[in-house]
Design a protein around this ligand. Structure first.
Ligand SMILES: Cc1cc2nc3c(=O)[nH]c(=O)nc-3n(C[C@H](O)[C@H](O)[C@H](O)COP(=O)(O)OP(=O)(O)OC[C@H]3O[C@@H](n4cnc5c(N)ncnc54)[C@H](O)[C@@H]3O)c2cc1C
Length: 361
């Protein structure tokens, strides 16, 4: 690997690669960086643009990723960035505002007539894209990967947001082992909360379900009782903290339930603003739909990681990025073969002297 510097992009410039990129990856979390790693190793010209807000930033440790278990989330991304830069990728710290399809004009260093107006040889896939960054810079790309993650909307409850990722938790696979055998609470703000309580019980025998805004059915209550989960009814007023540790929850009627950690079900929404101009197909819940490789319904656009799959963990987000990269590289190879074939079978251009001779004087 080389020691390529990570270059900042100048506001107002036309991008660090004047003739465009093969691929612009939006988002440098696990999904985006793994896509970029595979693509740079496939000798593609790649830029990764990132706004520096990975989803798991509030957590001290990353769990459940073979060989990375216990690593700081930021440390994983720092290694990934270094690897991508080492293979020649450009890392750009910026927010992508929009991705716009180009008119039918090919771009990219891999093409003989890159960026030439009127270069409209038939080819599969999209024509390429303009990636608009906040502050004005524009990057051009033949393909784009959107790996911008999701946002976790937390219930409005005093004290909750401040403890997010520390002792207010959502995913027992990420944090359950670290709070095993402790007094745990599960806050009901979501239809999936009963299921979450049944699951969290796997990690501790002392689990209290606080239905709060959820009304458990008789069947739910029977299931909770069968699993040994206690139910404390009544609206919750706030989360209590002592010495920088969660100590319990207080209900509106003043009762306090001592707890050391509380699980909640956040409202997850894709952070997919860059895709708004592209009319990608979405499912009934508004998530962009993809095939098994992350390919969206818009040719040339892939989506990988949490932006397309709310269930993706870090390891699966990284895998989705890699899968997208393989598919994109194949797509680019197909395009290049098509163009080379078209160029080989095109009639030879008429030279100036022949043309002159052929024209009657
Ligand atoms: C508190 C917490 C703890 C977690 N702990 C674990 C754990 O221990 N183990 C585990 O496997 N999973 C864990 N997760 C889940 C984990 O965060 C996700 O699986 C993972 O982050 C998904 O990776 P991603 O690349 O899809 O998205 P992200 O990691 O969120 O990365 C997306 C990147 O895109 C950037 N971005 C967004 N919009 C734009 C834009 N318009 N322009 C430019 N850049 C943009 C963001 O700034 C961000 O850097 C945890 C989640 C939370 C909330």
């Amino acid at each position: 690997m080389g020691d390529k510097q990570i270059r900042p992009i100048r506001p107002g410039s036309e991008g660090v690669a004047p003739d465009g990129y093969d691929v612009v990856v939006v988002g440098a979390g696990a999904a985006g960086l793994n896509a970029a790693l595979v693509l740079t190793r496939a000798r593609r010209r790649v830029a990764v643009v990132d706004s520096g807000r990975p989803r798991n930033a509030p957590a001290a440790q990353l769990r459940g990723f073979l060989s990375r278990d216990g690593m700081a989330p930021a440390a994983l991304l720092a290694v990934g960035r270094e690897e991508v830069a080492g293979y020649g990728g450009d890392l750009i710290d910026a927010e992508v505002e929009r991705i716009e399809p180009l008119p039918d004009t090919a771009v990219g260093p891999g093409l003989p007539d890159a960026g030439a107006p009127g270069s409209d040889l038939p080819r599969p896939g999209a024509s390429g894209f303009r990636v608009r960054l906040a502050g004005g810079p524009v990057l051009r790309a033949r393909r784009v990967v959107v790996a911008t993650g999701l946002s976790d909307g937390l219930p409005e409850l005093p004290g909750l947001a401040e403890r997010w990722g520390r002792d207010v938790l959502h995913c027992p696979y990420c944090h359950g082992y670290e709070v095993r055998d402790r007094p745990l609470g599960v806050l009901g703000t979501h239809p999936g909360a009963v299921q979450q309580a049944l699951l969290v019980r796997q990690w501790s025998a002392d689990v209290v379900f606080l239905p709060h805004t959820v009304e458990p059915s008789e069947a739910d209550l029977a299931r909770l009782a069968a699993r040994g989960v206690r139910v404390v009814e009544g609206p919750v007023e706030r989360v209590l903290v002592e010495d920088d540790r969660l100590s319990g929850v207080r209900l509106a009627d003043g009762r306090v339930v001592p707890r050391e950690a509380v699980f909640v079900f956040p409202h997850m929404a894709p952070r997919d603003a860059p895709l708004f101009g592209l009319a990608c197909e979405r499912d009934a819940q508004g998530w962009v739909t993809t095939d098994g490789t992350g390919r969206t319904s818009v040719p040339g656009v892939w989506a990988a990681g949490n932006v397309a799959d709310p269930r993706a963990q870090v390891v699966t987000a990284a895998g989705a990025g890699a899968a997208a990269a393989f598919a994109i590289n194949h797509d680019l190879v197909d395009e290049e073969v098509e163009r080379a074939l078209a160029a080989a079978t095109a009639p030879a251009p008429v030279s100036a002297s022949t043309a002159t001779a052929a024209v009657p004087q």
